[in-house]
Design a protein. Structure first.
Length: 107
């Protein structure tokens, strides 16, 4: 993850705030805080899955503008990437769903 964060910082040239969160600090710094106070947040899929499951976290998929999955070719049916996309598709297919409120997911 540090490598991805460093690449974002390099290519964004200091114009955007970039943060990372890993399992070691996930309990210390709430994801909602990082999402609110940074432009780019690099994190594991499992951290996002956990935050989305936790109703007290304040994190919603609609809080995110863009999702980029690194190493998604390793995904299997129980992988956190699948859990995130299942939630995404559930929201997208709801009657009256607003597609612009969901994150972009480049394919």
């Amino acid at each position: 993850m540090l490598q991805q964060k460093e690449r974002f910082e390099y290519f964004l040239n200091g114009k955007y705030r970039v943060a990372e969160i890993s399992g070691g600090v996930a309990a210390e710094v709430p994801l909602q805080f990082l999402l609110t106070n940074n432009d780019v947040v690099v994190l594991t899929a499992q951290i996002l899955v956990n935050a989305l499951k936790d109703k007290n976290s304040g994190v919603r998929l609609t809080d995110i503008t863009l999702l980029i999955f690194d190493e998604c070719h390793h995904t299997n049916k129980d992988h956190p990437y699948n859990k995130i996309m299942e939630r995404y598709m559930t929201l997208k297919k709801q009657p009256g769903a607003k597609p612009n409120s969901l994150p972009q997911v480049p394919v």
